[in-house]
Ligand binder design. Structure first.
Ligand code: NAD
Length: 256
């Protein structure tokens, strides 16, 4: 379905981004990977799906590097058709104790990077009258949780950016939507499970149960594969007129 298209997925060396990149590659899209840590493993996983894969190491807190990544997609594959703004970090602390540099980093990486990548990718998409912008927000783009001020502010911002981008392009072939996962067991969440286990002196298994029980009625993690399938739907012809939604996949979290 996506043969000949190019997808840039930010923060795709791990977790949800890698899951979405694999789902898009399975539909035939060439992939630009981005993110830190091991690159060769994710690259090989994508190449095994029979598409072309390239890597750009842009730091999402740096607008000039984001510009270079968008340019890289155009020079390597000739277009940037699907943009998945996924890179993100977390830090947990009460507002009065929240380190200012962590606030700035979360706003830059989790929110402003989506603005920069979107503004830079849009002209190419509009020229072809086809494009898909998918913002990986969070259930925290819809509701709040204590000790996550920067994250919740950034994710609510991403949902707002999604709506405005969708509206500004509503008469074109370019759509913009957000995905709002509940808990997904990636390194980002594993750190929160570990912190809970240490703080309370309980096992990792009990900390996991507690984490899910507090917020997610299904008591199950959403998987990167399920989120990848939703991204593929947004890219399909059935998604042509899906514009500006913030679609939660959260085991009922936001329904409470
Ligand atoms: P992860 O830690 O597994 O992956 C994060 C990715 O972002 C990695 O590839 C990392 O290298 C990259 N990254 C971090 N800082 C970067 C930077 N400055 N520049 C470029 N890349 C950078 O985390 P994840 O859980 O897969 O999170 C992916 C997205 O999903 C994030 O936006 C996160 O907020 C969101 N999310 C996660 C969950 C969850 O439960 N895991 C729930 C809702 C939303």
């Amino acid at each position: 379905m996506l043969q000949g298209k190019t997808a840039v997925v930010t923060g795709s060396t791990s977790g949800i981004g890698l899951g979405i990149a694999k789902a898009l590659a399975a539909q035939g899209a060439n992939i630009v990977l981005n993110g830190f840590g091991d690159v060769e493993g994710p690259k090989a996983e994508i190449a095994a799906l029979g598409v072309q894969v390239s890597y750009h190491g842009a730091d999402m807190s740096k607008p000039a590097e984001i510009e270079a990544m968008v340019q890289h997609a155009h020079t390597t594959f000739g277009s940037l058709d699907i943009l998945v703004n996924n890179a993100g970090i977390q830090h947990v602390a009460r507002v009065e104790n929240f380190p200012v540099e962590k606030w700035d980093a979360i706003i830059a990486i989790n929110m402003s990077s989506a603005f920069h990548a979107t503004r830079l990718a849009l002209p190419g998409m509009l020229a072809k009258n086809w494009g898909r912008i998918i913002n990986v927000a969070s259930v925290h783009g819809l509701v709040g949780s204590a000790e996550k001020s920067a994250y919740v502010a950034a994710k609510h911002g991403v949902v707002g950016l999604t709506k405005v981008t969708a509206l500004e392009n509503a008469t074109t072939g370019v759509t913009c939507n957000a995905i709002c996962p509940g808990w997904v067991l990636t390194p980002l969440v594993q750190k929160q499970v570990d912190a809970k286990a240490t703080a309370q002196g309980i096992s990792n298994q009990d900390a996991t149960k507690q984490l899910l029980g507090e917020k997610e009625p299904s008591l199950q993690f959403t998987t990167p594969e399920e989120l990848g399938a939703l991204a593929v739907f947004f890219c399909s012809p059935a998604g042509n007129n899906v514009r500006g939604v913030a679609w939660n996949m959260d085991g009922g979290w936001a329904a409470q």
